[in-house]
Design a protein around this ligand. Structure first.
Ligand code: HEM
Length: 448
């Protein structure tokens, strides 16, 4: 099973050992849950007991915060290179990979309104509109230069999504993607980070192997630095100078106003604010990879591009494109970030000790013939009622559920739909690549 998709391998084990079983992964005690009944318990009914995240060395390296020369430090003084020594629990600075805490509640509360595309509908629509013009122009140029837009398709979609997110969250309009070196570097680094956090690595469960992976871990340490420089210099500093607390223009203003106005016991630190902003800006990588995957899927189903066009633009069915997005997520079998028991707790009668990692294995729920008709095929209609309304079965939860659920799903739906529709309206999509060669159980497409 070593070469298998790990989620498929864990599904095989569940056939033998049941919907809940223990695994010892290196030094990490792990429990795998596979049925919807148990997944619901972990995420919702007993969400308070399972709200923490694994403390992987890579996450700590990635979310360090030395803006100078990348000299960081590790809890157990694990020496990786002359330049990198890690610090304990740097990952508590990030929203998505920290343990559950009062700080986490504050972080989520600050971002909630901004993730609501209804409340900030005009701002996101304007940002998408601005970026789409540049995307279509760039794709057209590539068509003229290379005869097809495939060569740089992923990169162009990344730039489009990044400029939407910079515009929406920070009011930072990227006028010219190609000449803005800061921006281009941030796009590349965000994508590398997204790929990295979507992969597992031997040091996650065997941190003692770190010296064997020095070069990779040093690379990981460098990934966030250029992004942090850009965020501080181009976004935080100018926002601090012009902050008007009576007129909060964007998410950065909301975060900075919090630093001045919150009660001391619930106030975030400047570092936490900076990392929260980076977490949300980084969401663009998830969207761009998803758009890329959807385009590949659409290309390989004969006539689908035309059907999307007809449904959306001619028949006015706005739900069809949503069904395409959810079918892409299903076929990818987009995984859920592992949780960790924050206290000793009983799950289905078994004692799960504090600190145990809980893998929520949704692979079978996303891909099995027991849950879906012809699951290997791309059929958006499975997410539509007879009258064409979007309808998602309750066992399909690509954005998870409960207190750690994804905060960005509305943005994902809106940006992904608008970009795909923009491309379909202006270009023919024909297949050159088989979607089955893309990695499974992972939205990310390799940065190369
Ligand atoms: C392809 C697109 C995306 C998918 C499939 C996705 C899915 C997920 C999943 C499964 C989780 C883990 C939930 C859990 O552990 O129970 C998560 C967490 C999170 N997502 Fe997303 N996400 C996507 C894009 C985004 C975007 C664009 C943003 C923000 C703009 C975002 C913000 C977050 C945040 C902040 C968390 C951490 C929540 C927490 O730990 O408290 N996501 N996402």
């Amino acid at each position: 099973m070593v070469n298998m998709n790990p989620f498929a391998a864990m599904t095989n084990l569940s056939k033998k050992y049941g919907d809940i079983y223990r695994l010892q992964l290196g030094t990490v005690k792990t429990v795998v849950v596979s049925s919807m009944r148990l997944i619901r318990k972990v995420l919702i009914e007993q969400g308070a007991d399972f709200g923490d995240r694994p403390n992987f060395m890579r996450y700590n390296i990635l979310f360090s915060n030395d803006r100078g020369n990348c000299t960081l430090s590790v809890s157990h003084h694990c020496f990786i290179s002359p330049f990198v020594v890690l610090q304990h629990n740097q990952q508590q600075k990030t929203l998505a990979f920290c343990d559950w805490s009062r700080v986490q509640k504050t972080r989520r509360a600050l971002a909630r309104r901004f993730c609501h595309t209804g409340i900030y509908g005009d701002k996101i629509t304007t940002a998408i509109g601005r970026s789409e013009v540049q995307l279509l122009k760039t794709l057209q140029q590539d068509m003229e230069t290379f005869g097809c837009a495939e060569k740089r398709l992923k990169l162009n979609i990344q730039k489009a999504c990044a400029s939407i997110f910079f515009d929406f969250f920070c009011s930072e309009i990227i006028e010219d993607w190609e000449s803005d070196q800061d921006f281009l570097q941030a796009v590349q680094k965000f994508d590398e980070i997204f790929w990295e956090i979507n992969q597992s690595h031997p040091t996650d469960v065997l941190p003692g192997l770190a010296p064997l992976f020095r070069s990779h871990l040093n690379q990981v340490a460098g990934m966030g630095k250029s992004i942090r420089d850009l965020v501080v210099r181009r976004i935080i500093e100018p926002h601090m100078e012009r902050l008007d607390k009576d007129n909060l223009e964007d998410f950065v203003d909301i975060l900075l106003a919090h630093l001045e106005e919150a009660e001391p016991e619930s106030m975030l630190t400047m570092d936490q604010v900076l990392f929260e902003l980076e977490d949300f800006l980084g969401g663009h990588s998830a969207v761009s990879n998803l758009v890329g995957r959807a385009i590949v899927e659409i290309a390989t189903v004969p006539g689908l591009s035309k059907t999307i066009y007809e449904q959306h633009f001619e028949m006015g069915n706005k739900d069809y494109i949503l069904a395409v997005i959810y079918e892409t997520l299903r076929k990818t079998s987009s995984p859920i970030v592992p949780h960790v028991a924050s206290a000793d707790a009983y799950l289905d009668g078994y004692l799960i000790e504090k600190g145990t990692m809980v893998i929520i294995n949704n692979y079978e729920l996303n891909t099995s013939p027991g849950c879906w008709n012809e699951p290997h095929l791309f059929i958006p209609e499975r997410f539509l009622t007879e009258s064409g309304k979007f309808c998602k079965p309750s066992h399909f939860i690509p954005f998870s559920n409960g207190r750690r659920a994804c905060m960005g799903y509305q943005l994902v739906e809106k940006v992904t739909a608008d970009l795909i529709l923009g491309i379909i309206k202006n270009f023919d999509i024909t297949p050159t690549c088989n979607p089955n060669i893309l990695p499974q159980s992972c939205v990310a497409i390799h940065p190369e």
